[in-house]
Design a protein around this ligand. Sequence first.
Ligand code: AMP
Ligand code: MG
Length: 414
Amino acid sequence: MIDLCSQDTNPLLSLPEALARVRAALLPAAGSEKVALKDALGRTLTQPVYSPINIPHERNAAMDGYALAASDIAPNQPFSLHLAGTSWAGRPFQGQLQPGECIRIFTGAVLPEQADTVIMQEQVRADRQTIHFPAQARPYQNVREIGEDTRQDTCLIAPPKKLTAADLGLLASAGVCEITVKRRLNIAFFSTGDELTALGQALQAGKIYDSNRYILSGLLADPGYSIADKGVIADDRDKLEENLVEAAKNYDVIITTGGASVGEADFVKDVLASCGQVNFWKIAMKPGKPLAFGKIGNCYFFGLPGNPVAVIATFDQLVKPALKQLAGEPFTKPLRLTAICTSSLKKAAGRQEFQRGILTQSDAGKLLVASSGKQGSHLLGSFSRANCYIILPADCTGVEAGEQVTVEPFSLFV
Ligand code: AMP
Ligand code: MG
């Protein structure tokens, strides 16, 4: 890895460059495990799953109505058939359907072998055991054919796939009860700073509550990750090194917040350089300029800024894609849209900015975005009110109300 920290004359890395470096440096964590289907939501499939059965398994009705053989339909005129019985979902008709007969059938109920058509009950008049069908009853309608969804032995889901509720349903419909998924990524996170106070304690002069570990535990809530909140490390070089070296032995990834800048009490970069390798540490994004990425032994390290707003922005833009890669998840580009900005936005040229906005859609379908308020990177309130980033390019020097901007909705899709 190149140590860019010693090259202070280097321009800041752009976010795409930083992402490319991170991607190039990461090797997905090895190992998979078998899990029960009920525990598989959000896990990443590592082996294809083949269907042991046809889905549907048997020919069944798509409607409540009457099942009959198409050969009994009188072309272009009303006709009547004798009612021979009923097929319920789960309780099929036991007899043989004879010519001139039909049966009452309910959605999901199996069709007798001789039947190939279901006519909706709304189109039919029942007179005791005689059922009157209308002219133009279409043959072969309202039947779910065997294997129409999936044929036996074909691939139901291919890896890599982060499993959704629909995936679980699909696998369950095939009777699959156990699957092989990527093992969980082990992630430890720390806050750093002498000013940090745990919740539940009174604030002393000069102290603040530690928001970042709550932010990170929320951002890292993912079935593919096993996370460990390792508490607060004081602004003490030796303590920081000790904690990071120890955690690096047991985790795939360490994330710290704070201490990544150039202040007297900012030791993250130095410690990383002495016990591991630093890949880069300043990127041209706002919020979030000081950011260290590197490795301690086999453990990847992300040193995020201290300001809570910067923590979320750098996590979303850089750490999250990296974790997805490490976890063997498929690559998904974030959804970015164009919207009309209804606020004027201040910005200085230089860094790409991720301002926070409120995205709405007008009755006519137009996407509109307004600033969520003051944008300081210590101001979580405007983040809490927001539902999207407003992404302003490095060379932008502000936005007038009415101009188009690029927005990125906060993770709709995990
Ligand atoms: P630093 O990078 O350590 O200089 O921190 C930058 C700013 O973020 C300072 O105002 C810190 O007090 C604040 N900060 C650092 N860590 C946290 C945290 N865990 N929760 C809330 N604010 C923090
Ligand atoms: Mg600090």
